[in-house]
Design a protein around this ligand. Structure first.
Ligand SMILES: [Zn+2]
Length: 300
């Protein structure tokens, strides 16, 4: 059998204070402490400060060891205190051609969003697009954004959506529901979409959505922190027959692929010793090694 290649479809480059506001950094730290406390890892918290979500080129490279291909982007969302220039993504991926794939982040509320998208593609050579309506404060059902998405589709850009909850107080959760992507997915059938974090905590909505939208996939980043929700989501995904549309992603620096793999391998732990259904190892293997080939055939 040939060696099993792994990829990471979801990573960030950003660091405090250049790209992250004071308030965002403080709230990120508080959120990280809650996760550590719950997992019994509070001993490490002494070393944590507002740089907790720093992802520098050096740390990103180290975290990406063992991955054949890695998608990396920033996030343009001034409304939530995040402003990562697309240029740093282009510079970084130029140093790792072939292995690192840079995607743009463009805020659709910018009046010049289409021009900026074209600059990212034509000048910076970025190959996809990261979006987060909760961070960028836009309604993904509002038809005023359709010309932007028409251009995204014409340019053949795959998209990564943060459609789910998040911690910053500035976020607009009312625009974070997975079902709000239904019209976009149906009106732009050639725009490939990945919804991050299984759409948590609306995993069931996301699962029924990816079942009916051929162009929509999901990633398993940042869901292992909540083992009960994770197990339920995976059982639901299997019952609806969409386990082949779940992709491996870490959301680095929020997680690493090492965490993601351990989390998936432990997904049945929460129901150990019961008659409740289990996620078979073959399904776990598909998610880690096979499913990505349908979304990224160029790397298969
Ligand atoms: Zn992300």
């Amino acid at each position: 059998m040939s060696e099993r290649k792994m990829i990471d479809c979801h990573t960030h480059l950003m660091w405090y204070p250049d790209h992250i506001s004071e308030q965002y950094a403080e709230e990120a730290l508080a959120s990280k402490l809650v996760k550590l406390k719950r997992s019994g890892g509070l001993a490490y918290s002494a070393n944590l400060d507002k740089h907790v979500y720093d992802s520098t080129p050096e740390s990103h490279l180290k975290a990406s060891e063992g991955m054949s291909h890695v998608v990396v982007f920033g996030l343009q969302a001034k409304a939530s205190g995040l402003d990562i220039p697309n240029e740093i993504i282009a510079d970084y991926v130029a140093q790792h051609p072939g292995r690192m794939e840079g995607w743009a982040s463009v805020d659709p509320t910018r009046p010049d969003c289409i021009e900026h998208l074209e600059y990212c593609v034509n000048t910076l050579k970025l190959k996809g697009l990261k979006l987060g309506p909760v961070y960028q404060h836009f309604d993904p059902q509002d038809r005023k954004h359709w010309p932007f998405f028409k251009r995204v589709e014409q340019l053949g850009l795959p998209t990564m959506w943060h459609q789910g909850t998040t911690f910053p107080s500035a976020a607009k959760l009312k625009w974070g529901l997975p079902l709000q992507l239904e019209d976009l997915a149906m009106d732009f059938p050639n725009m490939k979409m990945i919804v991050a974090h299984l759409g948590h905590p609306w995993e069931t909505d996301l699962i029924v959505l990816i079942r009916k939208c051929p162009n929509m996939y999901a990633d398993i980043s940042a869901v292992h922190y909540r083992p009960w929700r994770y197990w339920q989501a995976m059982v639901t995904a299997m019952e609806y027959g969409v386990e082949h549309k779940i992709l491996p992603g870490s959301d680095f620096p929020s997680g690493t692929m090492a965490n993601i793999i351990a989390g998936l391998r432990n997904v049945n732990k929460v129901v150990e010793g019961t008659n409740l259904p289990k996620i078979p190892e073959e399904v776990q293997d598909m998610i880690l090694y096979e499913n990505w080939k349908a979304f990224f055939p160029q790397w298969a």
